[in-house]
Design a protein around this ligand. Structure first.
Ligand code: ADP
Ligand code: 5GP
Length: 204
């Protein structure tokens, strides 16, 4: 019997560095999988269908929603986003940990559906640095950028709904912090006791 993988949600204002952090994390850990979301937004330059997102037309998204194919979904900045259900369940059962990079609306839906989820919230060192990062990324129009900066403070207010704060000042430090959290959570008695008791045949 495998110990079941850890389900983790990672949120934070746009431009904080979630995508960058996740990339580093996946490169260093083959026991962590990223759930690829579906979205109705247009691909950014360099984004690949099936890798960064499954890019869908609105009608396709709604059809999948009607078929109950999403674990959670939300409308963010005028587009729909959703987490495909089958991949997540399959990976957790195989003992892989799964990361969902989703917004607070989706995170709250996940909290309702699963008992033992670890909620991570990524914050930038300052608002000024957040603005600089969004500008440097250069994928948003002026108007989209203003919308994301306005939302940032509202999103940071939701910190209290999460379990851990990940300060993304230096990418390597933030990556190591997440790795430590994953290790500690997997070793917690509440999460691992049935695995160990079964292994030693001493029942529960
Ligand atoms: P998000 O996924 O949260 O929207 P991204 O990962 O796209 O954010 O990062 C936004 C920009 O900030 C990118 O240009 C990225 O290279 C940069 N960035 C991410 N983390 C850091 C960091 N720790 N220090 C400096 N720049 C960073
Ligand atoms: P972006 O368009 O910058 O890739 O993502 C915009 C926002 O949508 C981010 O806050 C991101 O976390 C969120 N998001 C991405 N995928 C999903 C998803 O599957 N579900 C939900 N609820 N939010 C998502």
């Amino acid at each position: 019997m495998n110990q079941k993988g850890l389900l983790m949600v990672i949120s934070g204002p746009s431009g904080t560095g979630k995508g960058t952090l996740v990339k580093h994390l996946l490169k260093r850990n083959n026991r962590i999988q990223l759930s690829v979301s579906a979205t109705t937004r247009n691909p950014r330059p360099g984004e690949v269908d099936g890798v960064n997102y499954f890019f869908l037309k609105e009608a396709e998204f709604k059809e999948k929603l009607a078929q109950d194919e999403f674990l959670e979904h939300a409308e963010v900045y005028g587009n729909y986003y959703g987490t495909p259900k089958a991949f997540v369940e399959d990976q957790l059962n195989k003992g892989q940990s799964v990361l969902l990079e989703i917004d607070i609306v989706g995170a709250l839906q996940i909290r309702e559906k699963f008992e033992e989820v670890v909620f991570l919230f990524v914050i930038p060192p300052s608002l000024k640095e957040l603005q600089r990062r969004i500008k440097t990324r250069g994928t948003e129009t002026q108007e989209q950028m203003a919308k994301r900066m306005d939302s940032a403070l509202e999103e940071i207010k939701e910190l209290k709904q999460y379990d851990y704060v990940i300060l993304n000042d230096q990418i390597h430090k933030a990556t190591r912090l997440i790795e430590s959290i994953v290790e500690a959570e997997l070793a917690s008695v509440k999460r691992s006791q049935s695995y160990w008791l079964d292994l030693f045949g001493v029942g529960r």
